[in-house]
Design a protein around this ligand. Structure first.
Ligand code: GUN
Ligand code: FE
Length: 439
């Protein structure tokens, strides 16, 4: 396969930008180059320097004047909920019972799972997202469908069969033993195959019996390098019911703690109504709080306190995510726009460099995959998004008055969506243009 040389305005973060003037937090090249070989970035920097390393037969793609960034990362999303988005009028528990659980029962049919997995990853790529941490349905076949589709595209994805053995329709329940066995089988079949990562995925404490939580904890002990993903402290009725189901626990967070489910690789969706004790427990264990702004607004769940979590004496690791189908958009640009507004309601601001750090390197660090994705550094995987800041008439007009990179990024976040995503590279290969008619 020929090498590929990309040319454009490259932007990659080195660390969290403390302020809008913290230029040392990122590398930006007005005329940048990236040399891609065998799915990796083998050279990055000023175009003239990178170009010198390009051999004969190198395919050259000129993306000027567009921005070239690491592909976006979505740290919490439900692939079986594509046909749940836009379900009207309910808060979390009613939304699950009325819309979401009935929809997920359809994934007992493996063919349905394969169709939705394909359309889901198409939609992710179309929106510039190259890595997700995904929930599948309870059915092992849904996770197999997801991994087959992900592996065929050579995407770095994290996913797990949801474990749930109570408080849901019969067609959506496993047992402590089958949840354990199916997860183990998926690990054997898929974990570490190509770029696939299996996650231990107890849905949340309401739908897992203590016996199942015990089994999830056993898996986490047996496979310490696996991610654990679940939901925490999303909605007041959910929290009250959860604490009724686990009366011995100090609070919601303590349930997961007791079963050995907190840790550096644990991703906790929502974390909206945490007490200081709970936030301390997440910080002490290195667990990640996942901010899902469109979902939290749509379901009326509450306002995630991003800046409080960052600035507290014991800070939290934070990721951001769509949470489709509770979330209302596939785009991480739309998601960060809503995130900005949620943070504004808490009387704070997130500057555009911080937003784009979060979408790329920040989420990669939160998922412990920053050595592979989330940056444009030499030696990392070539998962890349190309962004057009003048993709629509309104964006083009606003761009006329934009003078700085920070302003341009904020415009992209505020007005951008899939239309601003000109191209996506997955493991060095064009992926969005490859979707053809769908785009
Ligand atoms: N809590 C348990 N399951 C879910 C889900 O599918 N979506 C959301 N938003 N919260 C949950
Ligand atoms: Fe969720």
């Amino acid at each position: 396969v020929a090498d590929t040389l990309l040319r454009g305005r490259t932007l990659s973060f080195l660390r969290w930008p403390e302020s809008i003037d913290d230029h040392a937090a990122y590398a930006y090249e007005e005329d940048g180059g990236l040399l891609l070989r065998d799915g990796k970035i083998v050279a990055a920097g000023p175009y003239a320097e990178v170009e010198r390393q390009a051999g004969e037969g190198t395919k050259r793609i000129d993306h000027r004047p567009h921005l070239i960034l690491p592909g976006f990362i979505d740290a919490h999303v439900h692939f079986p909920q594509m046909q749940v988005i836009a379900s009207y009028g309910a808060e979390l528990l009613d939304w699950l019972n009325t819309y979401t659980f009935p929809e997920e029962t359809k994934f007992a049919n493996a063919q349905h799972g394969r169709r939705i997995a394909r359309l889901f990853l198409d939609e992710m790529v179309r929106h510039g997202t190259t890595t997700v941490a995904a929930y599948c349905s309870v059915h092992k076949a849904s996770a197999e469908a997801f991994f087959e589709e992900s592996h065929a595209r050579d995407m770095l994805n994290i996913a797990g069969k949801v474990m749930m053995d109570r408080n849901a329709p019969d067609g959506l329940l496993d047992t402590p033993q089958s949840g354990y066995d199916d997860t183990r089988a998926l690990i054997g079949e898929w974990h570490g195959r190509g770029r696939q990562h299996v996650a231990i995925t107890p849905r949340f404490a309401i739908t897992s019996s203590p016996e199942q939580m015990e089994m999830a904890g056993t898996l986490a002990r047996e496979f310490p390098d696996l991610h654990v993903q679940t939901h925490l402290s999303e909605n007041h009725a959910e929290i009250a019911y959860t604490c009724e189901l686990y009366p011995q626990a100090k609070d919601y967070t303590d349930i997961y703690d007791r079963y050995g489910l907190l840790g550096q690789r644990t991703l906790l969706g929502h974390c909206i109504h945490l007490s200081e004790r709970e936030a301390d427990a997440l910080s002490d264990s290195g667990s990640v709080a996942v901010f899902c702004p469109t979902s939290n607004l749509f379901l009326g769940s509450g306002l995630f306190d991003y800046q409080r979590f960052r600035r507290r004496e014991k800070p939290l690791r934070i990721a951001t995510a769509t949470d489709v189908g509770g979330g209302t958009n596939y785009s991480m640009l739309r998601t960060m726009d809503e995130g900005y507004k949620v943070i504004a309601l808490n009387g704070e601001k997130l500057n555009p460099f911080q937003s784009f750090w979060q979408l790329t390197r920040g989420n990669a660090e939160a998922l412990s995959v920053a050595d592979k994705v989330g940056t444009l550094e030499q030696g990392t995987d070539a998962d890349i998004v190309v962004l057009d800041s003048a993709a629509t008439p309104g964006m083009r007009l606003r761009m006329e008055t934009v003078g700085t990179l920070a302003e341009e990024l904020f415009l992209l976040q505020t007005l951008g969506d899939d239309r601003a995503v000109r191209e996506v590279y997955v493991a060095g290969r064009p992926a969005k243009s490859d979707l053809g008619a769908i785009a």
